[in-house]
Design a protein around this ligand. Structure first.
Ligand code: ZN
Length: 276
């Protein structure tokens, strides 16, 4: 039989071309399937973050989002503490040993006074302030959420004021962090902390603790899930001076336990970690 090597080669190439197209399509399908699978796998592993939230992180820089959980802390000392509290945003620990990453974002809501807080605590906060009002106490939220940029401004201002009194740079910085959080370590960044002052005395000093408004808050805050975050005589644990005006949301259960036992958040988290 006569074989035409030329037309045979043509036929061979045509066969290859047809198959290459098929192989190409098959490859594309496999890649798409693999991408879908890996997305499903990631969503399954991180159920707290929906794809929508992930998008808003990457795509819209100006918009705040709810982080799954505030990291329990990059710091060393308390790093092993929150194993039982992992996943509970209400018990997130932020202090000088547990800074928050600068890009931490939270979905914020405006208080009536223009102060911003994590939107999840807006309702209990309003209920607490309304209850105080019914008792005849006007309480003003003078500060809530604070970004790292804002913390930087406050810290620099404090250092500058201390330098103005004749202190050296090193001493001024050491003194400043006793009263103003070093940028990145302020609990206000969580959006769960507030400075609450009496309407008739808005000074952030020890006199705040003597006001009937502050007495009422200490007595009732746990009912609404808040704690006095920096009590007297706990500075060695919290790293922060006595701040009768600074309240923090932890949820009712923790707040009740903390306020009844007279603990600070650090002690409460230690207690939780020690409980089998
Ligand atoms: Zn504060």
């Amino acid at each position: 039989m006569f074989r035409d090597p030329y037309s045979e080669r043509q036929a061979h190439y045509a066969f290859l071309r047809k198959n290459m197209a098929f192989i190409g399509i098959a490859l594309v399908l496999v890649v798409i399937a693999a991408m879908e699978l890996s997305m499903l796998f990631r969503m399954h592993r991180d159920p707290a973050r929906t794809p929508g939230q992930a998008e808003s992180v990457a795509g819209r820089e100006d918009e705040t989002y709810v982080d799954a959980v505030a990291p329990a802390g990059a710091g060393a000392e308390n790093a092993d503490l929150p194993s039982k509290t992992e996943g509970d945003w209400r018990l997130a620990l932020v202090n000088d040993k547990n800074p928050l990453p600068e890009d931490f974002r939270v979905r914020l809501a405006d208080l009536r006074s223009g102060v911003q807080v994590d939107e999840r605590i807006l309702d209990p906060l309003h209920r607490m302030l309304d209850a105080a009002k019914k008792e005849g106490f006007t309480i003003v939220a003078s500060s809530g959420y604070r970004s790292v940029d804002r913390q930087r401004v406050l810290y620099r201002n404090k250092v500058a004021r201390l330098l103005g009194t004749g202190l050296s740079e090193a001493v001024a910085q050491a003194e400043a962090v006793k009263e103003v959080a070093y940028p990145g370590t302020s609990e206000h960044h969580l959006g769960l902390a507030l400075d609450l002052v009496a309407g008739h005395n808005q000074r952030l000093d020890d006199s705040q603790g003597e006001t009937p408004e502050n007495q009422w808050l200490r007595e009732h805050c746990h009912v609404y899930g808040f704690i006095l975050r920096y009590p007297l005589d706990k500075s060695d644990k919290t790293g922060v001076i006595y701040e009768p005006w600074h309240f923090r949301y932890t949820g009712q259960e923790a707040a009740k336990s903390i306020m009844e036992q007279g603990l600070c958040l650090e002690e409460y988290l230690e207690q939780l970690a020690d409980t089998p």
